[in-house]
Design a protein around this ligand. Structure first.
Ligand code: SF4
Ligand code: SF4
Length: 58
C-alpha cells in the first residue's frame, strides 16, 4: 500500500495524526508530521478524520 501523503504547507504540527494512527505511520520532525512507515498503513482513514487542517490524503 502507498500509505498517506501529508501536505506540509497545510500541516500545523498539532500531532493529532501521530496520536491517532494505530500503526505508528507518522512521527513529528521539526514541528511537522512526516510519514515514516507508509507500508504499515492499513488505510483506516483515522488520520484523515483527525487532522484539523485536511492535510492528509490517501
Ligand atoms: S489511514 Fe490509518 S493506518 Fe494509515 S496512516 Fe492513517 S491512521 Fe494510520
Ligand atoms: S493532524 Fe494534520 S495538522 Fe496535525 S500534525 Fe498531523 S498532518 Fe499536521
Amino acid at each position: 500500500m502507498a500509505g498517506p501523503t501529508i501536505d506540509v504547507e497545510k500541516c500545523v504540527g498539532c500531532g493529532a495524526c501521530v496520536d491517532t494512527c494505530p500503526e505508528e505511520v507518522f512521527e513529528m520532525q521539526d514541528d511537522k508530521a512526516v510519514v515514516i512507515n507508509a507500508d504499515a498503513c492499513v488505510e483506516c482513514e483515522a488520520c484523515i478524520e483527525a487532522c484539523p487542517e485536511e492535510a492528509i490524503s490517501l
